[in-house]
Design a protein around this ligand. Structure first.
Ligand SMILES: Nc1ncnc2c1ncn2[C@@H]1O[C@H](COP(=O)(O)OP(=O)(O)OP(=O)(O)O)[C@@H](O)[C@H]1O
Ligand SMILES: [Mg+2]
Length: 152
């Protein structure tokens, strides 16, 4: 697990950007953290790192799922905060999408089943603009360029 401390939204974006080069189709990134923790800020950086205009990334609160193309790999961005019925999540077909691109999920606690091979990102508000970010790589879908995995 990697732990980072950021002091601004831009720094959290940079953390997302740094993760992007190691992602490949099938990568799933689960984003845990309270309202306003910085999950969307992290996804914006992830988008940028994949070659997508970060300004396109908003909080897809009312749509559950947004799709950004035009980068190295498509990015699917789900925000499950407003999900009430677990059946709705089945309808989104997240697992099929994941195979074609990178899938980033805010509020993954709402999933009926947690995808097993996911990268877990946990963002904690440490006061003011300070955030502690814990990144746990997927055991089954390693972050390919991470130096900590170069021995695989
Ligand atoms: N170090 C930091 N990293 C990220 N965001 C920060 C930081 N410091 C302050 N902020 C502010 O915190 C807020 C983070 O908002 P963001 O939409 O990314 O949160 P979120 O976790 O996606 O919330 P939600 O669950 O509502 O979707 C922004 O207003 C941002 O400016
Ligand atoms: Mg958000």
């Amino acid at each position: 697990m990697t732990t980072l401390i950021t002091h601004s939204e831009a720094e959290t974006g940079a953390a997302g950007r740094a993760l992007a080069p190691g992602l490949s189709p099938g990568s799933v990134v689960l984003l845990f953290g309270d309202l306003g923790a910085g999950k969307t800020a992290f996804v914006r950086g992830l988008a940028e790192g994949l070659g997508i205009d970060p300004a396109e990334v908003s909080s897809p609160t009312f749509t559950l799922l947004q799709e950004y193309r035009g980068g190295r790999i498509p990015l699917f961005h789900a925000d499950l905060y407003r999900l009430n019925d677990a059946r709705e999540v089945e309808d989104l077909g997240l697992e099929e999408l994941a195979a074609d691109g990178v899938l980033a999920i805010e509020w993954p606690e709402k999933l009926p089943r947690r995808p097993s091979g996911s990268i877990r990102v946990r963002i904690e508000d440490a006061g003011d603009e300070t955030r502690t970010i814990h990144i746990t790589p997927s055991p089954t879908h390693p972050i390919t360029t991470s130096p900590t995995h170069s021995d695989r």
